[in-house]
Design a protein around this ligand. Structure first.
Ligand code: 5RP
Length: 223
């Protein structure tokens, strides 16, 4: 069974006619986008706002009409994947490097839906290295201050060069192993000069769609 496809397609059922929809990035929400593309062909009227250039390109190929922030005053629903989800439905995101735009869109959305296969559900965040988006200027110093918070920080590379986000920043993948207080770490990281934002999404998810042990779709509301 392709869990990503199951949960990704399920999320599309929450999208209704006339909605402004935040379109996430990654291989799970990919299936949401494919489904939305098919629904648009069948007459669904939505306007999408993409979280990355990659998603923008895919949405255009699928015929999903797009808008930018200056054309809207709200986002009804945003749908996105996650790298880890804890029992409180706090998240690590940014494996695909789109965390900053993803967080801006998730925050602006009235409802933020997370699609995550069962492998993403963990008891404690931190085994997946936390992506931190940083300014290239002074990255060596920023990295040192981040490591003082208890991790080992590795500059993300692409073909031997620093990986650049859609915002022309770098990513430091920070291996904490265990993150006991995501809310405090999220804030502490963002206080470091040079840090733009980090992949901790605390108390943001409204709904998490995953698969349970019996391989059934499990829809969870955050309390
Ligand atoms: C991209 C993300 C993705 O949502 C996250 O990495 C999950 O991706 P996938 O669905 O491919 O496992 O945060 O920045």
């Amino acid at each position: 069974m392709n869990e990503k496809k199951e949960v990704g397609e399920k999320a599309a059922e929450f999208v209704k006619d006339g909605m402004v929809v935040g379109l996430g990035t990654g291989s799970t929400v990919y299936y949401t986008l494919l489904k939305l593309g098919r629904l648009v062909q069948q007459g669904l009227s939505i306007r999408g706002i993409p979280t990355s250039k990659q998603t923008e390109k895919l949405a255009k190929e699928l015929g999903i009409p797009l808008v930018s922030f200056h054309e809207i005053d709200h986002i009804d629903v945003a749908i996105d994947g996650a790298d880890e989800v804890n029992p409180e439905y706090n998240l690590i995101k940014g494996g695909g490097g789109a965390l900053l735009r993803e967080k801006i869109i998730a925050k602006a959305a009235h409802t933020f839906i997370v699609v995550a296969d069962s492998q993403k559900m963990v008891n404690q965040l931190g085994v997946f290295p936390l992506p931190v988006e940083v300014l290239p200027f002074g990255v060596e110093m920023t990295s040192k201050y981040i490591e003082e918070l208890g991790c080992s920080a590795k500059l993300r590379l692409q073909e031997g060069n620093p990986y650049q986000t859609d915002n022309r920043h770098y990513i430091l993948d920070c291996s904490f192993q265990t993150i006991s207080n995501p809310a405090i770490l999220e804030k502490d990281l963002n206080l470091i000069p040079g840090v733009i934002d980090n992949g901790l999404f605390v108390e943001m998810a409204d709904l998490v769609i995953t698969m349970n042990a019996s391989k059934e779709i499990d829809i969870n509301l955050r309390k």
